[in-house]
Design a protein around this ligand. Structure first.
Ligand SMILES: *[C@@H]1O[C@H](CO)[C@@H](O)[C@H](O)[C@H]1NC(C)=O
Ligand SMILES: *[C@@H]1O[C@H](CO)[C@@H](O)[C@H](O)[C@H]1NC(C)=O
Length: 373
C-alpha cells in the first residue's frame, strides 16, 4: 500500500509539472501569434504564374477540369481536402511562405480575401506569358499583373498610405513560374497563332512578354524577384513518347528559353536601379532527381502517382477530365510526379529548401531576398 501511495504522489507531481509546462507553452505560443502579426522584418510575398504555384485561383473562374484540381485525390495528404493545388499537398510557395514566417498566402480570387499585408497569390493553372496560351481557360499573366496593380492602388497605397505602402512593396518578394504552358500548348493545341512563328521568334515573344510583366511590377515598386527556369517538361509522364523517351522537340524550346532567361535577368539588373533577383535552376534539379531518384529518398522518377496508362501519363487523376478510371499510388512521397504533369508535395518541399537556401552563392537565395531591405 505504501508504495502505491508514493506512486500516486509521484503521478500527481508529474501531472502538475505537465500543467505548468503546458501553461508555459500556451503563453509562449500566443506570444508567437501576436508577434507574427507584425514581425520586425516582415516582407510580403506575391506569387505569379502557372499551376506550379496556383493555390486555387482557378476554382473561381469559368474554365474546365483540365485547368482545375479542386477534387479528390488532389490535396489528399497535407490538407486532407482538395484546395485547387495541383499536388497531393503543399506547393513550393507554401513552404517558402512558411520559411519566411508568413501564413499560407491565399489565392487572390478567394472570396472574402481582402487583407494583402502578407501578399497574395495570382497564379493560374494553364497560364503562360502569352495571352494566346490556353486563351479563355486561364487567368493570363497580363490579367494577373492587372489584379496586382489593383491591390497596389486600391489597397496598399490608399490604406497604408503612399510612404508605408511603397516601403511594403519594395520589401516584398515576387515569385514567378511561367513559360512552361507557352511551349506545352504548341504540342497540345492547334492554335494558328502559336504555330505561325519560327522557334526563335516564338521564344522572343515569350521572353518579351515576361519582361513586360516584370517591369510592370518593378514600376509599381517591386524590387526583389524570384524566378525558376523551365523544367524538362518533355520528360513528364504526360509528354513521354511511345518508347518512354522524353519529347525532345519540347526540350529544344525550353533549353533555349532558359538561356534567354539568364540574359533577360542580367539585362534587367543593369537597366533597373535596385532590381535584385534569384534564379533557381529547376531544370537541372528535376533532371538530376529523375536520373537518380534514390539519391533524394525517392523510389520512382518516371511514373506518376495518379493517372491512367503508361507512366500514368493520361491526365485523368480524379476521374473528372473525360477518362473516369485512374490509378492512385499508395505513397506519393516516393514519387517525383503526382499526376501526369505536376509534382508531389515531397518534391515541392525538396525544391523549396533549395530555393530558400540558394545554390551557388548566398545572394542567389530567396532567404537573402526576404531578409534584406
Ligand atoms: C463559361 O464558359 C462557357 C464555355 O466557354 C460558356 O458557354 C458559359 O456561358 C460561361 N459561363 C459563364 C458564367 O460565364
Ligand atoms: C507579347 O505577345 C504578343 C502576342 O500575345 C505579341 O504580339 C507582342 O509583341 C509580345 N510583346 C513583346 C514585348 O514581345
Amino acid at each position: 500500500m505504501a508504495t502505491q501511495s508514493t506512486w500516486r504522489g509521484q503521478l500527481i507531481e508529474l501531472l502538475l509539472i505537465f500543467f505548468y509546462f503546458f501553461n508555459f507553452i500556451s503563453i509562449y505560443c500566443f506570444a508567437e501569434v501576436e508577434f507574427n502579426v507584425v514581425p520586425e522584418k516582415h516582407a510580403a510575398f506575391f506569387i505569379f504564374g502557372d499551376s506550379f504555384l496556383d493555390a486555387g485561383n482557378n476554382n473561381y473562374i469559368n474554365t474546365t477540369t483540365l485547368d482545375q484540381a479542386n477534387f479528390w485525390p488532389y490535396g489528399q495528404t497535407h490538407f486532407r481536402f482538395p484546395t485547387g493545388r495541383f499536388s497531393d499537398g503543399r506547393l513550393v510557395s507554401d513552404f517558402i511562405a512558411e520559411f519566411a514566417k508568413l501564413p499560407l498566402i491565399p489565392p487572390f480570387l478567394q472570396p472574402g480575401f481582402h487583407h494583402y499585408h502578407n501578399g497574395a497569390n495570382f497564379a493560374s493553372a494553364g497560364a503562360g506569358a502569352l495571352s494566346e496560351t490556353f486563351h479563355g481557360s486561364v487567368i493570363e499573366l497580363k490579367t494577373q499583373i492587372k489584379y496586382f496593380r489593383e491591390v497596389v492602388v486600391t489597397w496598399l497605397k490608399r490604406k497604408l498610405g503612399k510612404a508605408e505602402g511603397g516601403l511594403m512593396l519594395s520589401k516584398a518578394v515576387y515569385l514567378f513560374s511561367v513559360g512552361t504552358n507557352d511551349y506545352m500548348s504548341l504540342f497540345l493545341t492547334d492554335s494558328a497563332f502559336l504555330k505561325s512563328h519560327s522557334k526563335s521568334q516564338y521564344i522572343e515573344l515569350v521572353i518579351g512578354n515576361l519582361s513586360t510583366s516584370i517591369k510592370e511590377v518593378y514600376d509599381s515598386g517591386g524590387r526583389k524577384f524570384g524566378f525558376l527556369n523551365l523544367p524538362p517538361i518533355g520528360c513528364s509522364p504526360g509528354m513521354r513518347d511511345e518508347d518512354g523517351g522524353c519529347l525532345e522537340e519540347l526540350s529544344a524550346y525550353t533549353s533555349v528559353h532558359n538561356q534567354r532567361l539568364v540574359k533577360l535577368l542580367k539585362d534587367l539588373e543593369r537597366q533597373l536601379k535596385g532590381f535584385k533577383y534569384s534564379l533557381y535552376d529547376f531544370s537541372s534539379s528535376l533532371t538530376d532527381r529523375m536520373e537518380n531518384p534514390f539519391k533524394y529518398g525517392l523510389k520512382e522518377g518516371k511514373e506518376a502517382c495518379c493517372g491512367t496508362g503508361r507512366f500514368r501519363g493520361v491526365f485523368s487523376c480524379g476521374g473528372k477530365r473525360g477518362v473516369k478510371e485512374f490509378e492512385l499510388c499508395k505513397n506519393p512521397n516516393e514519387h517525383i510526379f503526382w499526376d501526369s504533369y505536376h509534382l508531389t508535395e515531397n518534391l515541392h518541399k525538396q525544391l523549396a529548401h533549395e530555393i530558400w537556401r540558394g545554390s551557388s552563392s548566398r545572394h542567389s537565395s530567396l532567404k537573402y531576398l526576404f531578409q534584406t531591405i
